[in-house]
Design a protein around this ligand. Structure first.
Ligand code: F6R
Length: 608
């Protein structure tokens, strides 16, 4: 949510700022703006809507001059999307400009105080108080002033600050919201995420909480709030630049669906040595593991859906009760969690506000926290006792695909590993599961080769108004993800239902032509799911069924069928999710939707 970029160097800043913002579009936004110091004053240009508006307003950057500047894409929280609420925000006298990600929780008190001192506010945002506070406390030293202002702020922030008086400096700060510093030759950058600066440099610093970066053309200095210098390790980004680009595909989502075999291989292979799972990242001893009475999984959205699959997997292999909880619910319900509970937190971005706060709540109650995270160095990774990274690479499309798949792969690794430590698995089963895990990428490749069939089905069914996804056991967990994928990008109403639950109310919604997507991969319950298919069919539903290739009998009960290769029950969601992602993708494409950036959604949800 929201994106920050900044540039200081000898070239014109505006074209870089606009390009950088383009790379951050995936985070979700509804307005954008830039501010440059033109040598005499701060010049701000802002526009509601797509970045294209801002590009046209600034003549693609040519109409705004200056070699130092900051830019922002805003996802509205305080104040509606509008030109005036867009960032950067200027102080009263227009001497200071600020871009901000996060939320200032005490902004109303601060605004009241500053208004009583005669300062005039232009916008409805929380961010404007930061620019005004800088102006209010400024006595000639901007760094001291920013430190003073930080002591007044409650909440989360990543900030970029420039001033009219000093065209030779950008000040950047981070607390709870991500911010990186890019290091160039005679130029330096700030950004919310790596793709914004990758065309310029691969050398970065990741700011930690309460670190302040002072960027000049010839170097970057990092200090803490006592003004002591912090010596940080430079990080070299080794992604292929194509990883952050579309690489010939029409949409990031499609590219990321196609990247799943590689992403799973990259996540699993380094953790398998001589046929055994090796998770050096986990600090738990077998004794500690044996002391847990419960596993608690915390996440939001699709990551939560991974948690629901994990509940089936862990309970089957470890025989420990598992609760999968929505992070936003967990944090406010006085949960029963203590040192005898193992908490597993799942997050692609590692910045999701609800997940981060739920993690802190679990830790406060004494729980050991393992997180499964994609973004290295993100807040959730830093707060956890142990972190297992999913090596999915950058995920740009708002709707997750490859991150979901790699999170599942880590769940299987953890389950197999813990089962061995707890002695709840036979050597034969252990070996079988390792074989099944290693085989997943090539089976997904096989499914991807069949994408034309899914495209054809999408072309037949994309006019549907309501869709029900049904399944039993682990297929139910998968139906949650299939349904979310379809509705979030195609805007078709869809619901996920436990197949056995339909007749307790929902079946009254089935009428002639209602699309029901029946997931029937879970072998032990296939006969029951077939009965549920027949129940909806006799009431007029059109049934698209997804099953394993050795269950051809489903062809006689469903109007259309997609077959996937066989695998062990607990890993079938990794295969079955792929046609569901493709179906959502093609339906959204046929409906002309903005697939990579669905309306109202943001890639990393850094507000409650
Ligand atoms: C859906 C989707 C979201 C995220 C959720 C959590 O396609 O991507 O539901 O899964 O917002 O985000 P992370 O994993 O970054 O914590």
């Amino acid at each position: 949510m929201c994106g920050i970029v900044g540039y200081i160097g000898y070239e014109q800043a505006a074209p870089f700022l606009l390009k950088g913002l383009e790379k951050l579009e995936y985070r979700g936004y509804d307005s954008a703006g830039i501010c440059l110091n033109d040598g005499q004053k701060l010049v701000v240009r802002k526009a509601k809507g797509k970045l294209q508006e801002l590009k046209e307003l600034t003549g693609y950057g040519k109409n705004v001059s200056g070699t130092v500047g900051i830019g922002h894409t805003r996802w509205a929280t305080h104040g509606e999307p509008s030109d005036v609420n867009a960032h950067p925000h200027l102080s009263d006298s227009c001497r200071f400009a600020v871009v901000h990600n996060g939320i200032i929780e005490n902004y109303l008190q601060l605004k009241e105080y500053l208004t009583s001192k005669g300062m005039v506010f232009r916008s409805k945002t929380d961010t404007e108080v930061i620019a005004q506070l800088i102006e209010y406390y400024y006595h000639g030293d901007l760094i001291d002033t920013v430190i003073k202002v930080l002591s007044k702020l409650e909440g989360s922030y990543a900030l970029g600050v420039i001033s009219q008086e000093n065209p030779n400096e950008i000040i950047a700060v981070r607390k709870e919201s991500p911010l990186i510093i890019g290091l160039g030759e005679n130029e330096n950058y700030i950004a919310s995420d790596v793709p914004a600066i990758l065309a310029k440099t691969r050398r970065i610093y990741r700011l930690e909480n309460n670190e302040i970066a002072i960027l000049r053309r010839d170097g970057v200095k990092i200090i803490n709030t006592d003004r002591d210098e912090v010596h940080k390790q430079e990080e070299i980004i080794n992604w292929d630049i194509n990883a952050a680009e579309k690489g010939g595909y029409e949409h990031f989502m499609f590219k990321e669906i196609m990247e799943q075999p590689k992403a799973i291989r990259d996540t699993v292979t380094p953790r398998l040595k001589n046929g055994r799972v090796v998770l050096d990242e986990i600090s738990l001893t077998p004794e500690q593991l044996r002391s847990f009475r419960k596993i608690n999984i915390l996440a939001c959205g699709s990551a939560y859906h991974v948690g629901v699959v994990a509940k089936y997997v862990f309970e089957k292999l470890l025989r420990i009760p598992v609760e999968a909880d929505l992070a936003s619910e967990f944090r406010y319900r006085d949960p029963i969690v203590d040192e005898k509970t193992l908490t597993i937190v799942i997050s692609q971005s590692g910045e999701t506000a609800d997940t981060k706060e739920a993690l802190k709540e679990a830790k406060r109650r004494g729980s050991h926290v393992i997180s499964i995270v994609n973004v290295v160095g993100s807040a959730i990774a830093c707060e956890s006792d142990d972190v297992i990274y999913t090596w999915a690479g950058p995920e740009i499309a708002v709707a997750t695909t490859k991150a979901y798949s790699t999170q599942l792969a880590v769940v299987y690794l953890l389950a197999i590993h813990f089962a061995e430590l707890l002695g709840t698995i036979t050597e034969e089963d252990y070996q079988n599961y390792i074989g099944e895990l290693e085989a997943l990428p090539s089976k997904i490749e096989q499914i991807l080769q069949n994408e034309k069939q899914v495209q054809f089905l999408a072309s037949k069914l994309f006019h549907s108004k309501d869709v029900f996804f049904i399944g039993r056991n682990i297929d139910y967990a998968l139906s949650l993800e299939g349904s979310l994928k379809l509705k979030e990008i195609s805007y078709i109403h869809s619901e996920a239902y436990a197949a056995g639950e339909l007749k307790h109310g929902t079946i009254s919604l089935i009428e002639k032509g209602t699309l029901v997507i029946a997931l029937a991969t879970h072998e032990p319950l296939i006969a029951k799911t077939i009965s549920n298919i027949q129940e909806v069919q006799t009431r007029g539903a059109y049934v698209l069924c997804l099953a394993c290739e050795d269950h051809r009998e489903v062809e006689s009960v469903a109007q259309s069928t997609i077959f996937i290769p066989k695998a062990c029950d607990m890993m079938l969601p990794s295969l079955a999710v792929v046609p569901l992602q493709l179906f959502a993708y093609y339906v959204a494409s046929l409906k002309g939707c903005d697939i990579d950036k669905p309306r109202n959604l943001a890639k990393s949800v850094t507000v409650e």
